[in-house]
Ligand binder design. Structure first.
Ligand code: ARG
Length: 575
């Protein structure tokens, strides 16, 4: 499947080649500078040098030799100094782009590039018996968007929630529950109580060493499958997942698997043996198994007491994923502070020969700060947890809805506030490079103007409100649209921008960069705003022009909603 912009540049390339004046491998096309009134340029310098002619001469000869055929998306070809400039045919591009959007609907801009290939995305990965804090929130949101993007690119995507459900700390969790009793609350409050029990136990342990032995005994019991230990552990897992699921539902997060670290426990002895056998790792003097690869700091795979670590389970996870799914890549969406961990992980699985031909990618992300740039931390007591964050966002969004549209009924107000609040949280994570820190600045996040989800949602709702008015007026009967009338500069700019969604999606996938989609959405909303200001729709001069503009409004709504859907943001019909 190829979209209008691709066809336009293929046509330009073919037209240049057809002149026989420039060999195909010398045809490199570029986007003209913003002040140039053209859509595509062939800078002829290199070709001219190789052919031994003056660049302006070659450009002029090419311009004279090319005449776009009937039905071509190329409107004009002009030489401007050493450039050969191509402009789109205004009427045909309108027909092509609006036709594609109408035909593909919600899937407009999607591709089949990844057909037959699989991608595993490792994201969210909260820790059992802990609240989901900002680090996991970022992973959850960025990860789900990458899942959406790769699916839209045609890949078969396997989303796996690598739960932190194993490790010696569970000995302490179980011991604290045995000692103080199970928490009674639900959701985030229950997790908070579990955290408190854990902290209390740790404190008491400092004074009384028998508590330490107790925790160690539970840890061992759990590892050896003791039914009582297993039951308490399972209870913690269920409690945590139930609390998490509520948040996942609100955020539109869906996993294919949630194997979790515990799943790999049985594979660890074999994996450790393989690290030694492949000579990727060695046994240290104290009996531990360690690796030192690619000049990275030395790291542990098995402790001297025989215990395993996070890394051991990650090595097993790579092995399992590759044999189970045969992916072409595995993408880890994890806090930037684990960068070294992933460099070490990738180094060792490569050294072991596990990941032949599989691309391993770590997508790190920055921290979350207060509006004045202070990092959130548990220690400082200003940490933000997912459930409370979503609740606060929705409460604030509710105030915006009340102000903007007090006449909506109660159910709709609640639904819109949910979409706007959750959308604001998601967009705040996605509108810039994930490596950058984000701040929780509610004013900006919920602004009805500017680069916010709220503004984008308003733009969509505005499209829908125009279309609703037409439906109400005459039962939807609109004069047949003559799309060739959409030649106003604001219409053309909006159209050409809508035509860019397919390439924006490809770029977002290639760079693991949801912000490319966010920027496309933001520019769409802005161009739509300009169009709306300069081109009366319902009061257009003629019924034909009105119909054509309505078609453009409808296409803008469809494409914008599709862009927002990639980001996991809902677009209410009314705001
Ligand atoms: N549970 C871990 C944490 O909270 C994140 C796990 C990320 N995924 C992985 N395969 N290591 O830090």
């Amino acid at each position: 499947m190829s979209y209008a912009l691709e066809r336009f540049s293929e046509e330009a390339r073919a037209a240049i080649a057809a002149t026989g004046m420039v060999p195909a491998e010398m045809i490199e096309l570029a986007t003209p500078k913003p002040n140039i009134p053209a859509d595509l340029a062939f800078p002829v310098f290199r070709a001219a040098r190789e052919l031994g002619v003056a660049p302006p001469r070659l450009a002029a000869d090419l311009a004279a030799a090319i005449s776009p055929g009937p039905g071509s998306l190329i409107g004009a070809v002009e030489a401007a100094g050493p450039f050969l400039n191509f402009s789109m045919h205004p009427e045909r591009i309108a027909e092509a782009v609006l036709g594609e959007i109408a035909a593909h609907g919600a899937a407009y801009g999607h591709h089949a590039d990844g057909a037959g290939k699989r991608v595993v995305v490792d994201y969210s990965a909260p820790n059992i018996a802990r609240r989901m804090h900002v680090g996991h929130i970022r992973s959850t949101i960025i990860g789900q968007t990458l899942v959406n993007i790769f699916r839209a690119l045609g890949y078969q995507v396997i989303g796996d929630n690598h739960l932190g459900d194993w490790g010696t700390q569970f000995g302490t969790v179980i011991a604290s529950i045995m000692r103080y009793g199970r928490p009674q609350a639900e959701g985030e409050a229950a997790m908070e109580q579990l955290e408190a029990l854990y902290a209390r136990y740790n404190n008491e342990m400092k004074e009384r060493s028998e508590l330490e032995d107790e925790a160690r005994r539970w840890s061992l019991a759990l590892e050896q499958g003791d039914p009582e230990a297993r039951a308490i552990w399972q209870w913690c897992v269920d409690l945590t997942l139930k609390a998490a699921q509520k948040n996942y539902d609100r955020l539109g997060i869906v996993f294919d698997h949630a194997y979790g670290e515990s799943f790999y426990e049985a594979m660890l002895p074999e994996v450790i043996a393989e690290t030694l056998h492949s000579e990727a790792a060695y046994r240290d003097a104290d009996g531990s198994v360690v690796a030192e690869l690619d000049k990275l700091p030395k790291f542990i795979i098995q402790r001297s007491d025989g215990g395993t670590v996070y890394m051991t389970r990650d090595i097993a996870t790579v092995k399992f994923r590759i044999s189970e799914f045969q992916p072409s890549k595995i993408v880890y969406v994890v806090d930037g502070r684990q960068e070294l961990h992933f460099r070490q992980l990738f180094a060792i699985v490569r050294a072991m020969g596990y990941a032949e031909g599989v691309e391993l990618v770590h997508i790190p992300f920055g921290i979350v700060t207060t509006p004045d740039g202070q990092p959130l931390s548990t220690r400082k007591g200003n940490m933000v947890y997912l459930e409370s964050l979503l609740d606060e966002a929705v409460a604030r969004a509710r105030a915006v809805v009340e102000r903007k549209n007090p006449e909506l009924d109660e159910a709709e107000k609640a639904a819109v506030a949910e979409a706007v609040g959750v959308g604001a949280v998601i967009y705040n994570d996605l509108y810039q490079d994930p490596r950058r820190n984000i701040s929780l600045d509610w004013e900006r996040m919920l602004a009805t103007e500017g680069n916010s989800a709220t503004y984008l949602q308003y733009s969509y709702a505005r499209c829908r409100s125009i279309l609703r008015r037409v439906e109400e007026e005459r039962g939807g009967a609109v004069a047949p649209a003559n799309l060739a009338l959409l030649t106003h500069p604001a219409e053309q700019r909006l159209l050409k921008h809508l035509a860019r969604l397919p390439e924006a999606l490809r770029e977002a996938g290639a760079r693991y960069a949801p912000f490319v989609i966010a920027e496309w959405c933001y520019t769409t909303a802005r161009e739509f705003g300009v169009f709306f200001e300069q081109c009366p729709v319902l009061k257009a001069d003629t019924p034909e022009l009105r119909a054509a503009r309505l078609a453009l409004v409808e296409a803008t709504g469809t494409a914008l909603k599709g862009g927002l859907a990639l980001l996991g943001i809902k677009a209410p019909e009314r705001m």
